[in-house]
Design a protein around this ligand. Structure first.
Ligand code: SAH
Length: 491
């Protein structure tokens, strides 16, 4: 997925070939919510404003960060909204855009900065907002370049970003003779094992992408296919053991799970920015993290812990995926608004997979003692609670009033068109039928966690109803709840 989507050599998002068209819109491959209606970005802006107010209106050190901003429409609509709150606009010190595509970076620049100059900086590029010379817009390819400072308040938005991150797929199979010696399959060949006995319980096998053999390759068909690895792989021995949610399925023959370690790393990063690092796990730069096939695997470089006296900020994750189950068989290709094989025309087909919301929630909670997670709730519920219908009515009224005042020079037909666009747009976003986006898309928030004093009511984030989460003041770990919290109390 990584190669097909973001490789420098002809990735779907990163290709510079002049023949490559815009991915978005009716002529492209897909349409996203911010492109359907301006109200979407406005309501996300209102959500950020509401969180900023609820957290005491910080007067400095606030930044916005968007992951994979596409054409920049969502951020543009958000900034137009937040500008109506001058104290927040003043507190905003930068907007960080994490974007892998140079071409989309240019599109975003045009929309957000107009003709303002772009210059290179130490983490990528920067310019200034078309609305204010005081607001820096910064582009970087990797979130790890954006400084993590304990005195900052980040508001992080990820819309249709996580579904583009690579997944690993595993299937549980009964023990077989291939497992008997513990051989591990790696991309460069097998590592022979030393085990003597056949394991008694089911094993996880990775489903890997490989080229289709020429005799099975028909014209116009996908050149790659998914097949089950003959032996364990380093990933199959490690990733499915990282959560009780996966372990619980190991004994079920044929159980299939998709895990996206890269997505989990982003969720951990967001959590640490909001709530600070765990205090009880100091980095150990010298010891290896794991052994595979009897060999020590060196750990990734350790990151500096973030010390945060007071958790602050918020992250809003909006994507396509099941609300409370582990995704399975969800890898798909999208071309010209149709579902196609993900293995067709690598690099010119969009590929995506369902997002494992509870997996992200678990990663965030485990990464920081200062965060809690709300939701996911479906997009219809979230946008309705945020006032989508009221905002649409306001836009319609404004268009009608303007036409009546004769200030627009529009004729009746144009007005009818505008009203129709507003109405069909917002309704599509909250439509719960299979054609709409209201039920398929989920919204989940990571927020600062603060223990409540005895008898004190817990604060609820805007856009979430009371029954969306309990109010007992602990971070309880219950996968069946819509609200996901861990059993250990905050200390
Ligand atoms: N959020 C936008 C665009 C969604 S498409 C919208 O809703 O309209 C996915 C976006 O993520 C694109 O901007 C793409 O270039 C970017 N992207 C995909 N993989 C990425 C990665 N690994 N790192 C940074 N950006 C990535």
């Amino acid at each position: 997925m990584r190669q097909c989507l973001t490789s420098d050599l002809g990735g779907y998002y990163t290709s510079n070939a002049p023949s490559e068209k815009d991915q978005f819109g009716a002529k492209g491959d897909f349409v996203t919510s911010p492109e359907i209606s301006q109200i979407f970005g406005e309501l996300i802006g209102v959500w950020v404003v509401a969180e900023w107010i609820a957290q005491g209106r910080k007067s400095e050190g606030v930044y916005l960060m968007e992951m994979g901003p596409g054409r920049g429409t969502l951020m543009d609509d958000m900034l137009r909204t937040t500008r109506n709150f001058p104290a927040l606009a003043k507190a905003l010190e930068a907007v960080y855009l994490v974007e892998a595509s140079p071409r989309l970076r240019e599109t975003q620049h045009k929309l957000l900065c107009g003709d303002n100059e772009t210059k290179e900086n130490s983490i990528g590029f920067e310019s200034t907002s078309k609305h204010s010379p005081d607001l820096k817009i910064v582009w970087t390819e990797d979130i790890r370049f954006v400084p993590r400072e304990g005195n900052k308040t980040p508001f992080i938005i990820a819309h249709e970003f996580f579904d583009a991150l690579p997944i690993h797929v595993f299937q549980s199979v009964p023990p077989s003779p291939q497992d008997s010696d513990g051989t591990i399959q790696t991309p460069t060949g097998p590592i022979l094992g030393t085990r003597r006995k056949m394991p008694k319980e089911n094993q996880w096998r990775e489903l890997v992408v490989g080229p289709k053999p020429p005799h099975r390759l028909d014209d116009g068909e996908a050149e790659f296919e998914l097949s089950m690895s003959r032996a364990g792989t380093p990933h199959s021995m490690y990733l499915p053991e990282t959560s009780g949610r996966y372990q619980a399925l190991k004994a079920t023959d044929g159980a299939t799970i998709e895990i996206s370690p890269e997505s989990q790393a982003y969720a951990r990063d967001f959590a640490v920015r909001l709530g600070g690092s765990n205090r009880d796990t100091p980095p150990s730069p010298t010891s290896p993290d794991a052994t595979v096939g009897g060999k020590a695997v060196p750990s990734a470089p350790k990151e500096d812990p973030v010390v945060k006296d007071e958790p602050s900020g918020a992250a809003l994750l909006m994507d396509y995926g099941p609300a409370n189950t582990i995704p399975a068989n969800s890898l798909r290709g999208i071309k010209q608004h149709q579902m196609v094989s993900p293995f067709l025309s690598a690099g010119s087909t969009d590929i995506s997979a369902d997002v494992d919301f509870l997996g992200l929630a678990e990663s965030a909670i485990n990464a920081s003692p200062g965060v809690e997670v709300h939701g996911p709730v479906d997009q219809a519920r979230f946008l309705t609670a945020m006032g989508i219908e009221e905002r649409a009515a306001q836009l319609v009224k404004r268009a009608v009033d303007r036409e009546r005042a004769g200030s627009t020079g529009q004729d009746k037909k144009e007005l009818t068109e505008i009203v129709k666009r507003i109405e069909t747009g917002w309704k599509r976003l909250v439509d719960r039928s299979p054609q709409g986006m209201g039920k398929l898309y989920q919204v989940m928030a990571i927020l600062p966690y603060k223990p409540t004093a005895h008898g004190e009511q817990r604060r609820r984030p805007v856009g979430k109803k009371k029954k969306d989460f309990d109010t007992d003041g602990t971070r309880t770990h219950n996968l069946c709840q819509t609200s996901y919290r861990k059993a250990t109390p905050y200390h």
